[in-house]
Design a protein around this ligand. Structure first.
Ligand code: UD1
Ligand code: CA
Length: 452
């Protein structure tokens, strides 16, 4: 239940987004590993006291996301998609009017920043009844135009409704609007659907407010914050703009990016100062890097916590549940999953370590594989501190290698190796003196026989 508090953010996300040509709801498409709706919800949380999310029927995935990210948010179903004003009305009018400020956000506009929303709210505090965030568009096509008369915002004209003169206006509607809650139900009810689309446009609230003598203000912001994602190419553009912002933040925070344009962050990537990220590194969700970490080129990291001074890659893949302690080394063509690696331990070449604990300063030789899965269940491998696992070893889990133990190269280890012991589990080498020469002579004789 929404309580009587001061600012309610209403997030409109009921549209399927036909222009995406997708079976997935538009707002569930992701940038930086988080659905569009998630970006908007997170920003809304920073500037409001309550959130109401308007979804269409059959949007269970979006509802689950909203509940996970913001358990207090209320979800409202707009049964029929009859326009943005109609969508706001799916939140009960009585509820809307109880809030001092109602902030309307669109679920397909993910790049807006909290500071900009605060500026919009400030406009209401300084006397406006309604305020809209606008921007000067390089290409205004598709956006509603903000019609300003005598310094006052008089109307928003949707592109399809605009005449030639209005179409020439490049000051565009971002879709974000702040209204005094007490005026909202009256304005919404007065909005009609006498337009080409036959929809109830929230944007018509501006002209109605103007007619009623209420004050409407347009607050200008940067176009890069207001990109609306309607199709896949705008999705790619939003990703680009978001990544550009994250790369700049990373460098400002003391992280070296050798080729920033090739590093991709997730929405929640946490970086530590003095780290160096080489080209072509991809961060999936859930990554936390300590200080002075080196991530070499072409590494792919998700769901991993990485301690100070660790060195990763090139070509490393860290999957969810990876925990690297300080000064660990994970080298080329190594995959780790659900694995805790102790301080100073090394897994330097061509290994798979999954569902495992690796003790401090252990050395895992090239080509070591934890055989963690039998086709039905996953099993754990425990490798003690200071253990040395020879190259090309298969560790058939569940299995334990004791502290300081050695495993001979090429072993298939199926039983516990005791602390400090050496285990070798492979065919014993035999040697036959002079065998090669005898073979050559026999073959030479056979050849002569055949020629005769
Ligand atoms: C809208 C604005 C336009 C603005 C542009 C900015 C209106 C009428 N037009 O146009 O002035 O320049 O955004 O990006 O508001 N939605 C619902 N229920 C509905 C209709 C829409 O929840 O019945 C949601 C959509 O899911 C979407 C948002 O409202 O998240 C905006 O709808 P959309 O159809 O994308 O509007 P635009 O044509 O982009
Ligand atoms: Ca849109």
């Amino acid at each position: 239940m929404i309580q009587n508090r001061t600012c309610l953010a209403v997030i409109l996300a009921a549209g399927m987004g036909t222009r995406m040509k997708s079976a997935r709801a538009k707002v569930m498409h992701e940038i930086a590993g988080l659905p569009l709706l998630g970006h908007v919800l997170k920003t809304a949380q920073a500037v409001s006291d309550a959130r109401a999310v308007v979804l269409g029927p059959d949007m269970a995935e979006a509802e689950a996301l909203a509940k996970t990210l913001d358990p207090e948010a209320s979800v409202h179903i707009q049964a029929e998609r009859r326009g943005t004003a109609h969508a706001v009305l799916s939140v009960d009018g009585g509820v809307l009017s109880r809030f001092e400020i109602v902030l309307v956000l669109y679920g397909d506009t993910p790049l807006i920043e909290a500071a900009t929303l605060t500026r919009l709210k400030d406009a209401l505090d300084s006397g406006a009844d309604l305020a809209v965030l606008g921007f000067e568009a390089l290409d205004p096509a598709g956006y509603g135009r903000l019609i300003v008369a005598d310094g006052r915002l008089a109307a928003i004209r949707e592109e399809a409704e605009a005449n030639a003169e209005e179409k020439a206006v490049s000051f565009c509607n971002s879709g974000v609007m702040a209204l005094k809650g007490r005026h909202l139900p009256g304005l919404l009810e007065a909005i009609g659907n006498g337009n080409k689309k036959g929809e109830y446009f929230l944007t018509d609230a501006v002209a109605l407010a103007f007619e009623k003598g209420l004050t409407a203000a347009a607050i200008e912001g940067e176009e890069t914050e207001f990109l609306g994602v309607n199709d896949r190419s705008q999705l790619a553009e939003a990703e680009f703009l978001y990544q550009t912002r994250r790369r700049a933040d990373a460098m400002a925070g003391g992280v070296t990016l050798q080729d920033p344009d090739t590093v991709y962050f997730a929405y929640d990537t946490e970086l530590g100062a003095d780290s160096v990220i080489e080209p072509h590194v991809h961060f999936g969700p859930g990554v936390k890097l300590g200080g002075s970490v080196t991530v070499k080129g072409f590494s792919h990291i998700e769901g991993a916590e990485i301690g100070d001074g660790a060195v990763i890659g090139p070509f490393a893949r860290l999957r969810p549940g990876t925990r690297l302690s300080e000064k660990t080394k994970v080298g080329n063509f190594v995959e780790l999953k659900n694995a805790a690696v102790g301080q100073g331990a090394k897994v330097n070449h061509l290994s798979y370590v999954g569902d495992a604990k690796v003790g401090a300063n252990a050395n895992i030789g090239a080509g070591t594989i934890t055989c963690n899965y039998d086709g039905f269940a996953k099993f754990e491998t425990v490798i003690g501190a200071d253990a040395f696992v020879g190259s090309n070893t298969s560790l058939v889990a569940p299995v334990t290698i004791g502290e300081g133990a050695y495993v001979g190269s090429g072993s298939v280890i199926t039983k516990t190796v005791t602390e400090g012991a050496l285990a070798v589990a492979r065919g014993r080498q035999i040697e036959k003196t002079g065998w090669a020469e005898r073979l050559r002579q026999r073959k030479a004789l056979e050849k002569k026989g055949n020629e005769r």
